[in-house]
Write a protein that binds this ligand. Structure first.
Ligand code: CP
Length: 302
């Protein structure tokens, strides 16, 4: 697989995904020196726990090194430097950039001026989060032990949430995939993603009824109502608490079905669900480290 910049999940085909996931599985529990001497610049202009620390951990586990900005506010963009100028400068210090930024399209803008690879760690409220989607798909295939014939129910905030958008583009690579979008009318999945599913023959339905929507699902993909992206407080309060996965909801899922979530959660999956056999979201975090190790190794060990 040839990979330089990683901006969106449309860059992958089925063979590339299989190759990446085989490498991810082979890296479980490993420490290597395969990218010794390489430096990752970790640029997070928005908050992150998992994406940032898992990329940094992945780099160290492969023998590489990390330079990092404390926050967007501590960079010279706070003085008015353009994103493009910052990226050109950081090209002198690192071999790869992992960047999260509040603007949709920022990863593509960075990639356009960067000689070193840029990995999109999330761009804007309606952009993409491709590495999250890759780890989501790895989780689904690893837990269900198959690639095809999977019904995924996305729940909650489907409008202002980049990970489900990215995953939808990956699901369309597989056979016999069905999708259910469960949300309030105000937070429905956008037409670009639905258009892509239609063009690729992936049947999907939209409903406000979570009980009905998850009954037949193999994967329940819960999301957070993102306060940082729903600026209207009244709207946020209206949506918060609308779709909660309680233990009773989890117990009603079909046998073998899984619950995933990009995390963080803020109440939309009750703690009591953690002990359910359907709960996979904390294992998903560990799979994320493997997928990010595989990505860094693929891009940097050429
Ligand atoms: N899932 C995810 O992107 O988490 P962070 O915001 O903590 O990186």
């Amino acid at each position: 697989m040839k990979l330089h910049h990683l901006v969106e999940t449309q860059q992958f085909d089925r063979d590339a995904l299989r190759e990446l996931f085989q490498l991810a599985s082979s890296l479980e529990g490993k420490r290597e020196e395969s990218i010794k001497g390489k430096i990752l610049a970790s640029l997070f202009f928005e908050p992150s726990t998992r994406t940032r620390l898992s990329f940094e951990s992945a780099m160290l586990r492969l023998g590489g090194e990390v330079i990092t900005m404390e926050s967007g506010d501590s960079s010279s963009q706070a003085k008015g430097e353009t994103l493009e100028d910052s990226i050109k400068v950081i090209n002198n210090y690192a071999d790869i950039i992992v960047m999260r930024h509040a603007e949709v399209g920022s990863a593509a803008r960075a990639a356009a001026v960067s000689k070193i690879p840029v990995i999109n760690a999330g761009d804007g409220n309606m952009g993409q989060h491709p590495t999250q989607a890759l780890l989501d798909l790895y989780t689904i295939q690893r837990e269900l032990k198959r690639e095809d014939g999977i019904h995924v129910a996305f729940v909650g905030n489907l409008k202002y949430y980049r990970s489900p958008r990215s995953l939808a583009y990956l699901l369309s690579k597989y056979k016999d995939i069905r999708v259910t979008f469960i949300s309030a009318p105000e937070l429905r999945m956008e037409d670009d993603v639905k258009g892509h599913l239609k063009e690729n023959g992936v049947p999907f339905t939209e409903t406000e009824d979570m009980t009905e929507g998850i009954k037949e699902a193999d994967v329940v993909y819960q999301t957070r109502i993102a306060k940082e992206w729903i600026k209207n407080d009244a709207e946020y309060e209206k949506q918060r608490g609308r779709y909660i996965i309680t233990r009773a909801v989890a117990d009603a899922m079909k046998e073998g079905a899984i619950i995933i979530h990009p995390l963080p959660r803020v109440g939309e999956i009750e703690d009591a669900v953690d002990a359910s056999p359907h709960a996979v979201y904390f294992r998903q975090v560990g799979y994320g480290l493997l997928v990010r190790m595989a990505l860094l190794k693929t891009i940097l060990s050429r």
